[in-house]
Design a protein around this ligand. Structure first.
Ligand SMILES: [Zn+2]
Length: 283
């Protein structure tokens, strides 16, 4: 499942083909993904210029010259492929059409941008740019983890008196938007905080220390994604999937990377999702 750094990498990869460019035509090959597409989506995405490509949490937002904004969510298995890019950055021929190619943007510059999603948990919607923040998917979101509103005071206040595990608190999109399972595990390891510890029982000093750590973990992954774009050689031209080295995620039974620690990484299940951590380093 794509997390924030993967989505940011997709956005960065789309910029040369899409930002400032005109969508000549959009093929909409089915009526829905997770939810029905908006009325006349193909028509509303024809002959419009993409004036800006933004990201909010795990959503990509394309502002259009029509005054509307397209919101795209990759869901569990959504992939965006670029082919025929005229800028020479991506050397991919147009792929053979696939039955899971649900929406295809034909850019005036010759690029083709294909949204492929076998499991169809992805989503697309159109909204007025001026009121985009009020869209039902966006209105519920807390501050961006890399933005100024996510700061020490905010997190300390959000955790105060909270009886849920810190893992769940950090996955709560109202507290911080766009953090997912992988990067919460990584941030808690770096902070030395057990994922099972109650959020309200962590000393404010340690809660505050989480803020720069979360930013750092995300920034490193975004940097790795950027590198993956620079040597973009994937056969099918899909954006945003890259190898990244994790300290705890997916490493159950492997040795802890803290050189002074002899423990192995443990896995517990919290709210139906795996948490990876070091019992010795994280308390
Ligand atoms: Zn350890």
């Amino acid at each position: 499942m794509p997390e924030l750094p993967e989505v940011e990498t997709v956005r960065t990869g789309l910029i040369p083909a899409m930002e400032g460019q005109v969508i000549a035509r959009t093929d909409v090959n089915r009526p829905d993904l997770r939810w029905p597409f908006p009325k006349d989506m193909g028509k509303r995405l024809t002959d419009v210029r993409v004036t800006a490509l933004r990201r909010r949490s795990k959503y990509i937002l394309a502002d259009l010259s029509s005054g509307e904004t397209l919101i795209v969510h990759l869901g569990m298995s959504g992939r965006i492929l670029i082919s025929g890019d005229p800028l020479g950055q991506f050397h991919h021929d147009h792929p053979v059409p696939d039955k899971h190619d649900h929406v295809v943007f034909h850019m005036e510059n010759g690029a083709r941008i294909t949204f492929n999603d076998p499991r169809r948990f992805g989503a697309m919607d159109l909204m007025q740019t001026a009121t985009a923040d009020q869209h039902k998917l966006l209105a519920v979101l807390g501050p961006e983890p890399l933005g100024n509103a996510f700061n020490e005071d905010h997190l300390v206040a959000a955790f105060k008196g909270k009886n849920t595990p810190v893992k769940s608190a950090l996955l709560d999109q109202r507290i911080v938007a766009g953090l997912g399972n992988i990067y919460v595990c990584e941030a808690l390891y770096r902070a030395g905080i057990s994922p099972a510890r109650k959020a309200g029982r962590i000393a404010p000093r340690r809660v505050a220390a989480l803020v720069p750590i979360i930013r750092e973990v995300l920034a490193e992954a975004i940097e790795a994604g950027g590198s993956s774009l620079r040597d973009f050689r994937q056969a099918d031209g899909a954006l945003g999937y890259f190898q990244h080295r994790f300290d705890v995620y997916g490493r159950e039974g492997d040795p802890c990377r803290n050189p002074t620690c002899t423990a192995q990484i443990s896995r517990i299940v919290q709210s139906g999702r795996s948490s990876f951590y070091c019992k010795s380093c994280q308390t």
